[in-house]
Design a protein around this ligand. Structure first.
Ligand code: ADP
Ligand code: MG
Length: 268
């Protein structure tokens, strides 16, 4: 039987280099070479081999996509669930573990993290954002004050509806530090519009050092605050963090009477 003319291996490898570059998938070259030996040794089918090479490329792309989404999210610092010391917040461990599956993002549910300063609200909000990026969602993080500034800019330019529509394409928006500063009425209305535009479409994570009962004071208007809280918590997990500031741990400061008063709370 006349053997069909095959390209010499080196030609095939050169061709793989060329084709991988044309596909903008340079990692295929490395995977193809490395897996070819493994495939020959293990007697893989051609289909097994092709699937393995493509799988390497897809997982590398997903990982670099996540890294890019994390870079673009605007987190104040890189924090993950793995860095979190659950001994300080044992009561929310199960709830956060369930959220880490990312199901809340698919269901457009919200997460509200409440608690005193230094209890890990921003850390957990960031870590949930990082998880969301790994699950393929685009994420944007900013403080409530920064969100207001951004929405005011869009409003001034007559582009608020376009901006809200653009933001809806993000699977997760994090609004950190609701309540550190009170808002003027027009600012409160802009936050309300952001919350409304995402209601049942896409998720929000909010953090606040104030209980919901004090949000009326933040938004300057009980009716606006009530309508906003209603939309936020309709589909939401509310996590209450407790205890002393993690920033002050091991500093002896938590033994001061004024701070101890705030931390003598049960964990559950
Ligand atoms: P908050 O937003 O509630 O004021 P942060 O999330 O900013 O608090 O936490 C303050 C600092 O302490 C951050 O550096 C954060 O990473 C760290 N931190 C807080 N709680 C924990 C924890 N349980 N485990 C590990 N680090 C924590
Ligand atoms: Mg914070």
């Amino acid at each position: 039987m006349a053997a069909k003319q095959q390209p010499a291996p080196s030609d095939a490898v050169k061709q793989i280099h060329f084709l991988a570059a044309a596909l903008k998938a340079p990692r295929i070259v490395e995977a193809a070479g490395r897996l070819a030996d493994q495939a020959r040794d293990a007697g893989w089918t051609h289909e097994d081999y092709l699937a393995a090479v493509l799988e390497r490329e897809v997982s590398a792309r997903n990982a670099s996509g996540a890294a890019q989404r994390i870079r673009w999210a605007g987190f104040p610092a890189r924090k993950t669930l793995d860095d979190f010391d659950w001994d300080h917040q044992p009561a929310v461990r199960q709830q956060v573990a369930a959220l880490a599956s990312g199901a809340f993002l698919v269901e457009a549910r919200n997460v509200v993290l409440l608690g005193p300063p230094g209890t890990g609200k921003t850390h957990l909000a960031t870590a949930l954002g990082v998880t969301a990026a790994h699950h393929g969602h685009r994420v944007l993080f900013a403080t409530a004050v920064d969100w207001v500034a951004r929405l005011q800019d869009a409003h001034r330019l007559g582009k608020l509806p376009a901006e809200l529509a653009r933001l809806r394409r993000y699977g997760l928006i994090i609004i950190d530090e609701v309540g550190y500063l009170p808002f003027e009425q027009d600012a409160a209305n802009l936050v309300f519009q952001l919350v409304s535009s995402r209601y049942e479409h896409a998720s929000l994570v909010l953090t606040s050092n104030l209980p919901f009962s004090a949000w009326g004071g933040v938004f300057g208007d009980q009716a606006v605050a009530a309508a906003m809280i209603d939309r936020i918590v309709h589909h939401a997990d509310v996590l209450t963090l407790k205890g002393a500031s993690y920033r002050l741990r091991n500093r002896g400061i938590d033994t001061l009477p004024s701070i101890r008063a705030g931390i003598d709370q049960p964990d559950n």
